[in-house]
Design a protein around this ligand. Structure first.
Ligand code: GDP
Length: 343
Protein backbone atom coordinates (compact mmCIF):
# COMPACT_ATOMS: atom_id res chain seq x y z
CA UNK A 1 0.00 0.00 0.00
CA UNK A 2 1.52 3.34 -0.95
CA UNK A 3 1.72 5.72 1.95
CA UNK A 4 -0.24 8.71 0.70
CA UNK A 5 0.82 10.86 3.60
CA UNK A 6 4.50 10.34 3.13
CA UNK A 7 5.71 12.87 0.59
CA UNK A 8 9.15 11.34 0.30
CA UNK A 9 7.75 7.93 -0.66
CA UNK A 10 4.99 9.08 -2.94
CA UNK A 11 6.32 11.74 -5.33
CA UNK A 12 2.83 12.43 -6.71
CA UNK A 13 1.57 13.44 -3.32
CA UNK A 14 3.40 16.76 -3.11
CA UNK A 15 2.68 17.51 -6.73
CA UNK A 16 -1.06 17.21 -6.38
CA UNK A 17 -1.50 18.59 -2.92
CA UNK A 18 0.79 21.57 -2.83
CA UNK A 19 0.12 24.33 -5.30
CA UNK A 20 2.91 25.96 -7.24
CA UNK A 21 3.00 29.73 -7.42
CA UNK A 22 4.26 31.87 -10.30
CA UNK A 23 8.00 32.69 -10.08
CA UNK A 24 7.33 36.28 -9.00
CA UNK A 25 5.79 35.05 -5.75
CA UNK A 26 9.01 33.31 -4.72
CA UNK A 27 11.33 36.00 -6.05
CA UNK A 28 9.53 38.74 -4.12
CA UNK A 29 9.29 36.60 -1.00
CA UNK A 30 12.99 35.80 -1.07
CA UNK A 31 13.84 39.43 -1.76
CA UNK A 32 11.93 40.48 1.34
CA UNK A 33 13.68 37.85 3.46
CA UNK A 34 10.60 35.67 3.95
CA UNK A 35 12.11 32.41 5.21
CA UNK A 36 9.01 30.28 4.58
CA UNK A 37 9.12 31.23 0.92
CA UNK A 38 12.90 30.78 0.90
CA UNK A 39 12.37 27.24 2.18
CA UNK A 40 9.72 26.58 -0.46
CA UNK A 41 12.08 27.77 -3.19
CA UNK A 42 14.90 25.57 -1.89
CA UNK A 43 12.50 22.63 -1.90
CA UNK A 44 11.78 23.34 -5.58
CA UNK A 45 15.49 23.34 -6.34
CA UNK A 46 15.88 20.04 -4.54
CA UNK A 47 12.94 18.47 -6.33
CA UNK A 48 13.51 15.60 -8.71
CA UNK A 49 10.35 16.53 -10.59
CA UNK A 50 11.33 18.33 -13.83
CA UNK A 51 8.51 20.93 -13.69
CA UNK A 52 9.36 21.89 -10.13
CA UNK A 53 13.06 21.94 -10.76
CA UNK A 54 12.55 24.18 -13.79
CA UNK A 55 10.58 26.61 -11.68
CA UNK A 56 13.34 26.45 -9.07
CA UNK A 57 15.92 27.25 -11.72
CA UNK A 58 13.93 30.21 -12.99
CA UNK A 59 13.64 31.59 -9.47
CA UNK A 60 17.37 31.11 -8.92
CA UNK A 61 18.23 32.81 -12.18
CA UNK A 62 16.17 35.87 -11.27
CA UNK A 63 17.61 36.03 -7.75
CA UNK A 64 21.23 35.76 -8.85
CA UNK A 65 21.85 39.50 -9.05
CA UNK A 66 21.11 39.72 -5.34
CA UNK A 67 23.40 36.87 -4.34
CA UNK A 68 27.15 36.77 -3.87
CA UNK A 69 27.34 39.47 -1.21
CA UNK A 70 28.25 37.22 1.63
CA UNK A 71 31.12 35.34 3.12
CA UNK A 72 30.93 31.61 2.60
CA UNK A 73 32.54 29.49 5.26
CA UNK A 74 32.99 25.75 4.88
CA UNK A 75 33.38 23.72 8.03
CA UNK A 76 34.34 20.10 8.40
CA UNK A 77 35.47 17.70 11.08
CA UNK A 78 34.87 14.12 12.10
CA UNK A 79 31.50 13.29 13.68
CA UNK A 80 31.62 14.39 17.31
CA UNK A 81 34.29 17.05 16.77
CA UNK A 82 31.71 19.62 17.80
CA UNK A 83 30.72 21.16 14.47
CA UNK A 84 27.13 21.93 15.37
CA UNK A 85 28.06 23.16 18.85
CA UNK A 86 30.71 25.33 17.26
CA UNK A 87 28.43 26.77 14.57
CA UNK A 88 25.81 27.52 17.20
CA UNK A 89 28.27 29.32 19.49
CA UNK A 90 30.19 31.03 16.70
CA UNK A 91 26.95 32.01 15.00
CA UNK A 92 25.88 33.68 18.22
CA UNK A 93 29.09 35.69 18.24
CA UNK A 94 28.56 36.69 14.62
CA UNK A 95 24.99 37.75 15.31
CA UNK A 96 26.34 39.91 18.13
CA UNK A 97 28.57 41.51 15.50
CA UNK A 98 25.47 42.34 13.48
CA UNK A 99 25.65 39.46 11.01
CA UNK A 100 22.89 37.17 9.76
CA UNK A 101 23.59 33.52 9.24
CA UNK A 102 22.44 30.66 7.07
CA UNK A 103 23.62 27.13 7.79
CA UNK A 104 23.51 24.45 5.11
CA UNK A 105 24.90 20.96 5.03
CA UNK A 106 26.43 18.73 2.40
CA UNK A 107 25.88 15.24 3.64
CA UNK A 108 25.59 12.64 0.91
CA UNK A 109 25.63 9.92 3.57
CA UNK A 110 21.92 10.59 4.04
CA UNK A 111 21.27 8.85 0.73
CA UNK A 112 22.67 5.63 2.08
CA UNK A 113 21.35 5.50 5.57
CA UNK A 114 18.21 7.65 5.27
CA UNK A 115 19.03 8.95 8.72
CA UNK A 116 22.06 11.14 8.09
CA UNK A 117 25.16 11.45 10.20
CA UNK A 118 24.49 15.13 10.62
CA UNK A 119 20.90 14.41 11.51
CA UNK A 120 17.84 16.34 10.51
CA UNK A 121 16.79 17.22 14.00
CA UNK A 122 17.70 20.60 15.33
CA UNK A 123 21.26 20.56 16.53
CA UNK A 124 21.77 24.26 16.93
CA UNK A 125 19.55 25.48 19.67
CA UNK A 126 20.52 29.12 19.74
CA UNK A 127 20.54 29.65 16.01
CA UNK A 128 17.37 27.69 15.34
CA UNK A 129 15.43 30.07 17.58
CA UNK A 130 17.02 33.26 16.27
CA UNK A 131 15.46 35.51 13.67
CA UNK A 132 18.89 36.38 12.25
CA UNK A 133 19.64 32.75 11.49
CA UNK A 134 18.30 30.23 9.03
CA UNK A 135 19.10 26.55 9.23
CA UNK A 136 18.31 24.29 6.35
CA UNK A 137 18.48 20.60 7.18
CA UNK A 138 20.44 18.24 5.00
CA UNK A 139 19.54 18.34 1.34
CA UNK A 140 17.50 15.51 -0.05
CA UNK A 141 19.37 12.34 -0.78
CA UNK A 142 21.29 11.75 -3.96
CA UNK A 143 24.78 11.50 -5.33
CA UNK A 144 27.44 13.86 -4.00
CA UNK A 145 27.28 15.86 -7.23
CA UNK A 146 23.52 16.21 -6.95
CA UNK A 147 23.54 17.11 -3.27
CA UNK A 148 26.34 19.60 -3.89
CA UNK A 149 24.45 21.33 -6.69
CA UNK A 150 21.40 21.69 -4.49
CA UNK A 151 23.48 23.04 -1.62
CA UNK A 152 25.22 25.56 -3.83
CA UNK A 153 21.94 26.77 -5.27
CA UNK A 154 20.37 26.91 -1.80
CA UNK A 155 23.34 29.03 -0.74
CA UNK A 156 22.71 31.50 -3.56
CA UNK A 157 19.04 31.76 -2.57
CA UNK A 158 19.99 32.35 1.07
CA UNK A 159 22.27 35.16 -0.07
CA UNK A 160 19.46 36.66 -2.13
CA UNK A 161 17.32 36.53 1.00
CA UNK A 162 19.88 38.76 2.70
CA UNK A 163 21.97 36.36 4.79
CA UNK A 164 25.52 37.70 4.87
CA UNK A 165 27.34 34.74 6.36
CA UNK A 166 26.81 31.24 5.02
CA UNK A 167 28.09 28.16 6.78
CA UNK A 168 28.33 24.98 4.79
CA UNK A 169 28.93 22.04 7.00
CA UNK A 170 30.12 18.60 6.02
CA UNK A 171 31.29 15.50 7.79
CA UNK A 172 35.03 15.04 7.48
CA UNK A 173 34.94 11.47 6.38
CA UNK A 174 34.77 11.42 2.61
CA UNK A 175 34.91 13.28 -0.64
CA UNK A 176 32.48 16.01 0.29
CA UNK A 177 35.17 18.31 1.73
CA UNK A 178 36.56 19.02 -1.74
CA UNK A 179 33.06 19.84 -2.88
CA UNK A 180 32.43 22.19 0.02
CA UNK A 181 35.83 23.76 -0.51
CA UNK A 182 34.84 24.43 -4.12
CA UNK A 183 31.85 26.54 -3.10
CA UNK A 184 33.24 28.48 -0.13
CA UNK A 185 35.72 31.30 0.51
CA UNK A 186 37.13 30.05 3.79
CA UNK A 187 37.58 26.49 4.96
CA UNK A 188 37.65 25.67 8.64
CA UNK A 189 38.79 22.30 9.86
CA UNK A 190 37.56 21.49 13.33
CA UNK A 191 39.66 18.95 15.18
CA UNK A 192 39.83 17.43 18.62
CA UNK A 193 42.86 16.29 20.52
CA UNK A 194 42.86 12.51 20.47
CA UNK A 195 44.92 9.78 22.03
CA UNK A 196 47.92 8.59 20.03
CA UNK A 197 48.79 9.97 16.66
CA UNK A 198 47.24 13.41 16.38
CA UNK A 199 47.16 13.29 12.64
CA UNK A 200 45.30 10.04 12.44
CA UNK A 201 41.94 9.95 10.80
CA UNK A 202 42.12 13.18 8.92
CA UNK A 203 43.42 13.07 5.42
CA UNK A 204 46.35 15.21 4.42
CA UNK A 205 44.32 16.53 1.49
CA UNK A 206 41.78 18.00 3.87
CA UNK A 207 44.50 19.67 5.90
CA UNK A 208 45.88 21.19 2.71
CA UNK A 209 42.54 22.83 2.01
CA UNK A 210 42.12 24.31 5.47
CA UNK A 211 42.44 28.05 6.03
CA UNK A 212 42.20 27.52 9.74
CA UNK A 213 42.59 24.54 12.00
CA UNK A 214 40.69 24.86 15.23
CA UNK A 215 41.25 22.37 18.02
CA UNK A 216 37.90 22.26 19.76
CA UNK A 217 37.07 21.06 23.27
CA UNK A 218 40.02 22.94 24.74
CA UNK A 219 38.42 23.00 28.16
CA UNK A 220 38.58 21.26 31.53
CA UNK A 221 40.97 18.36 31.66
CA UNK A 222 41.41 18.48 27.93
CA UNK A 223 43.11 21.85 27.92
CA UNK A 224 46.69 20.60 27.90
CA UNK A 225 46.05 17.92 25.34
CA UNK A 226 44.46 20.53 23.09
CA UNK A 227 47.48 22.81 23.40
CA UNK A 228 49.80 19.89 22.64
CA UNK A 229 47.71 19.00 19.59
CA UNK A 230 47.81 22.64 18.50
CA UNK A 231 51.61 22.61 18.45
CA UNK A 232 51.73 19.30 16.60
CA UNK A 233 49.33 20.48 13.93
CA UNK A 234 51.24 23.70 13.61
CA UNK A 235 54.36 21.67 12.83
CA UNK A 236 52.47 19.48 10.40
CA UNK A 237 51.03 22.50 8.59
CA UNK A 238 54.41 24.15 8.25
CA UNK A 239 55.44 21.22 6.05
CA UNK A 240 52.57 21.70 3.61
CA UNK A 241 52.94 23.71 0.41
CA UNK A 242 51.85 27.35 0.45
CA UNK A 243 48.18 28.05 -0.26
CA UNK A 244 47.27 29.62 -3.61
CA UNK A 245 45.92 32.58 -1.62
CA UNK A 246 49.32 33.16 0.00
CA UNK A 247 47.63 32.70 3.39
CA UNK A 248 49.37 30.73 6.12
CA UNK A 249 46.67 28.76 7.95
CA UNK A 250 46.98 29.16 11.71
CA UNK A 251 46.13 26.54 14.33
CA UNK A 252 44.03 27.78 17.23
CA UNK A 253 42.29 26.21 20.19
CA UNK A 254 38.75 26.87 21.30
CA UNK A 255 35.89 25.51 23.32
CA UNK A 256 32.55 25.69 21.57
CA UNK A 257 30.91 24.56 24.78
CA UNK A 258 32.44 27.21 27.02
CA UNK A 259 32.58 29.74 24.20
CA UNK A 260 36.27 30.48 24.58
CA UNK A 261 38.74 31.13 21.79
CA UNK A 262 35.89 32.13 19.49
CA UNK A 263 36.79 35.83 19.37
CA UNK A 264 40.29 34.90 18.26
CA UNK A 265 38.83 32.73 15.49
CA UNK A 266 36.58 35.59 14.45
CA UNK A 267 39.62 37.86 14.22
CA UNK A 268 41.51 35.31 12.12
CA UNK A 269 38.62 35.04 9.70
CA UNK A 270 38.35 38.84 9.50
CA UNK A 271 42.08 39.12 8.81
CA UNK A 272 41.81 36.47 6.11
CA UNK A 273 38.98 38.23 4.31
CA UNK A 274 40.68 41.62 4.51
CA UNK A 275 43.81 40.11 3.07
CA UNK A 276 42.27 38.17 0.18
CA UNK A 277 39.91 40.98 -0.74
CA UNK A 278 42.82 43.39 -0.92
CA UNK A 279 45.01 41.03 -2.93
CA UNK A 280 42.22 40.26 -5.41
CA UNK A 281 42.34 36.54 -4.60
CA UNK A 282 38.79 36.59 -3.24
CA UNK A 283 37.28 37.78 -6.54
CA UNK A 284 39.53 35.63 -8.64
CA UNK A 285 38.71 32.53 -6.63
CA UNK A 286 34.96 33.17 -6.86
CA UNK A 287 35.20 33.59 -10.62
CA UNK A 288 37.13 30.35 -10.95
CA UNK A 289 34.59 28.59 -8.74
CA UNK A 290 31.75 29.86 -10.92
CA UNK A 291 33.46 28.48 -14.03
CA UNK A 292 34.08 25.14 -12.34
CA UNK A 293 30.43 25.01 -11.34
CA UNK A 294 29.35 25.64 -14.89
CA UNK A 295 31.15 22.46 -15.94
CA UNK A 296 29.81 20.64 -12.92
CA UNK A 297 26.29 21.69 -13.91
CA UNK A 298 26.84 20.52 -17.48
CA UNK A 299 27.78 17.08 -16.18
CA UNK A 300 24.78 17.01 -13.89
CA UNK A 301 22.35 18.12 -16.55
CA UNK A 302 23.62 15.67 -19.10
CA UNK A 303 23.21 12.92 -16.58
CA UNK A 304 19.67 13.99 -15.73
CA UNK A 305 18.75 14.33 -19.38
CA UNK A 306 20.05 10.85 -20.03
CA UNK A 307 18.31 9.07 -17.17
CA UNK A 308 15.04 10.96 -17.67
CA UNK A 309 14.85 10.20 -21.38
CA UNK A 310 11.86 7.87 -22.03
CA UNK A 311 13.75 5.65 -24.47
CA UNK A 312 16.58 5.22 -21.98
CA UNK A 313 14.17 4.47 -19.16
CA UNK A 314 12.51 1.85 -21.35
CA UNK A 315 15.72 0.11 -22.34
CA UNK A 316 18.05 0.47 -19.42
CA UNK A 317 16.94 -2.52 -17.30
CA UNK A 318 16.97 -4.80 -20.30
CA UNK A 319 20.43 -3.59 -21.34
CA UNK A 320 21.71 -4.10 -17.82
CA UNK A 321 20.54 -7.71 -18.01
CA UNK A 322 22.45 -8.26 -21.26
CA UNK A 323 25.61 -6.94 -19.64
CA UNK A 324 25.05 -9.14 -16.62
CA UNK A 325 24.65 -12.19 -18.85
CA UNK A 326 27.82 -11.31 -20.73
CA UNK A 327 25.91 -10.85 -24.00
CA UNK A 328 26.93 -7.22 -24.34
CA UNK A 329 30.06 -5.41 -23.22
CA UNK A 330 29.67 -2.55 -20.74
CA UNK A 331 31.16 -0.16 -23.26
CA UNK A 332 28.84 -1.22 -26.08
CA UNK A 333 25.86 -1.10 -23.77
CA UNK A 334 26.69 2.45 -22.73
CA UNK A 335 27.14 3.54 -26.35
CA UNK A 336 23.83 2.00 -27.36
CA UNK A 337 21.97 3.70 -24.56
CA UNK A 338 23.58 7.05 -25.24
CA UNK A 339 22.59 6.93 -28.93
CA UNK A 340 18.97 6.68 -27.77
CA UNK A 341 19.23 10.36 -26.80
CA UNK A 342 19.37 11.33 -30.49
CA UNK A 343 15.98 9.85 -31.20
P1 GDP B 1 29.38 17.24 15.50
O1 GDP B 1 29.03 15.82 15.27
O2 GDP B 1 30.75 17.54 14.97
O3 GDP B 1 28.35 18.21 15.01
O4 GDP B 1 29.52 17.42 17.09
P2 GDP B 1 28.49 18.04 18.15
O5 GDP B 1 28.48 19.52 18.06
O6 GDP B 1 27.19 17.33 18.02
O7 GDP B 1 29.23 17.66 19.51
C1 GDP B 1 29.47 16.33 19.89
C2 GDP B 1 29.60 16.27 21.40
O8 GDP B 1 30.72 17.03 21.83
C3 GDP B 1 28.39 16.85 22.12
O9 GDP B 1 28.14 16.06 23.25
C4 GDP B 1 28.86 18.24 22.53
O10 GDP B 1 28.22 18.70 23.72
C5 GDP B 1 30.33 18.00 22.78
N1 GDP B 1 31.11 19.23 22.57
C6 GDP B 1 31.05 20.06 21.52
N2 GDP B 1 31.91 21.08 21.67
C7 GDP B 1 32.52 20.90 22.84
C8 GDP B 1 33.53 21.63 23.57
O11 GDP B 1 34.01 22.67 23.17
N3 GDP B 1 33.92 21.09 24.77
C9 GDP B 1 33.42 19.93 25.26
N4 GDP B 1 33.89 19.51 26.43
N5 GDP B 1 32.47 19.23 24.62
C10 GDP B 1 32.03 19.69 23.43
Amino acid sequence: MPDKKNKSINPNYSLKKSRLHPPGYYIEGIGSGNRTILSQAITLIESSHPERRELGEEILEKCLHKSGHSVRIGITGVPGAGKSTFIDAFGKLLINHGKSIAVLTVDPSSSRSKGSILGDKTRMEYLSAHEKAYIRPTAASGTLGGVARKTREAMLLCEAAGFDTIFIETVGVGQSETTVHSMTDFFLLLMIAGAGDELQGIKRGIMEMADLLAINKADGENLQAAEKARREYENALSLLPEQPSGWKPPVQTCSALEETGLNEIYETIETYFNKVKESGYFEQNRKQQAINWMYESIHQKLKEKFYEHPAVQKKIAQTEKLVEQGKLSSFKAASKLITLLDR
